[in-house]
Design a protein around this ligand. Structure first.
Ligand SMILES: [Fe+2]
Ligand SMILES: [Fe+2]
Length: 312
């Protein structure tokens, strides 16, 4: 897969499966050289230094369980994208922890920053991550599915998303320079309100300007992927489909009462498997902590909804 020069390549020969994982099997063959592209979308891992906890959970343990599952079942993925909130407190130890966890991970990985991240410390630990001329952690790359554009919506000192004039200019130029190819946008913050007041209070401050850009170039943008909300979301913005998902450590709850307080619940963490082929996009949400039995049924009409032993 073509990549932008300078992007850190995190290919490693073997990923160490953590002791917590009992999943085995899955494909370990290299990515097929066809038009199909398989992307893993992970978000909001909220790492701390090794052994730290966030909301009484272990983000390191949970992220490792996620990577274990990916390696066991989707080692043929072309790319893994983590859409921000890499660290919970933005401290150097958290990024070093991330570096340590990712070092044996065999799938190329793109790291983006969110409101919990510290741009300068992140860049110090991951100096090969591309940035634009103004130092924002945003770049684009050509892939076999089209151009991937990674945006930096982070602003120090606030949990809200920002996408000021200079970042807008950069994105406009990227989109204007697109030739006849599909384009996929990745960002941390939701680009437009989602109808949950507390999340929208820390949503995209520059949503009107961002929407204007999206609207002007909507015919070129095939899909938008984001995180931040810790919620499974799908819909459209300016006619462009989007998808978001829960984080790997802690999860949001959909409170539509207008409360200014963010709500969370003990739900199932997930990652998304995104299949891109012939301009189509299919997204599977994977409950990677599920360890129960898997039922099996035939697909013939006579098999439908029968117990396996009753199928004829
Ligand atoms: Fe987050
Ligand atoms: Fe966030």
């Amino acid at each position: 897969m073509p990549v932008v020069a300078g992007i850190p390549t995190l290919h490693r020969s073997q990923f160490r499966i953590s002791s917590q994982s009992k999943k085995t099997g899955g494909s370990h063959s290299p990515a097929a050289h066809d038009e199909r592209m398989k992307i893993i979308h992970v978000t909001d891992i909220h790492l701390t230094g090794e052994g730290g906890t966030v909301l009484e959970r272990s983000p390191g343990h949970n992220f490792l369980a996620c990577l274990d599952h990916i390696v066991a079942h989707h080692a043929d993925a072309d790319l893994c994208v983590i859409t921000g909130d890499l660290a919970h407190w933005g401290e150097r130890e958290a990024y070093e922890h991330l570096q340590q966890i990712l070092s044996p991970f065999p799938i190329e990985t793109r790291l983006m920053i969110g409101n919990h991240d510290d741009r300068q410390i992140f860049q110090a630990v991951f100096p090969d991550t591309p940035s634009d001329a103004n130092g924002f952690v945003q770049w684009s790359e050509a892939t076999k599915a089209g151009r991937f554009i990674y945006l930096d919506t982070t602003e120090p000192g606030t949990h809200a998303g920002h996408f000021g004039h200079d970042r807008q200019q950069w994105l406009r130029a990227e989109l204007e320079n697109l030739e006849d190819e599909a384009c996929y946008l990745f960002m941390h913050h939701h680009p437009s309100p989602i109808g949950i007041r507390a999340m929208d209070d820390i949503g995209q401050v520059n949503a009107p300007e961002l929407r204007a850009i999206l609207h002007a170039h909507r015919s070129k943008i095939a899909h938008i992927f984001f995180g931040h909300c810790h919620l499974p979301l799908s819909g459209t913005v300016c006619g462009i489909p989007f998808a978001a998902l829960r984080g790997t450590n802690h999860h949001g709850w959909q409170d539509f009462t207008g409360s200014p307080r963010l709500k969370g619940a003990e739900l199932t963490p997930a990652y998304n498997v995104v299949l891109l082929e012939n301009g189509d996009c299919v997204i599977h949400t994977i409950d990677f902590t599920y360890a129960g039995p898997i039922a099996e049924f035939g697909t013939r009409h006579a098999d439908w909804a029968r117990e396996p032993e009753a199928a004829v």
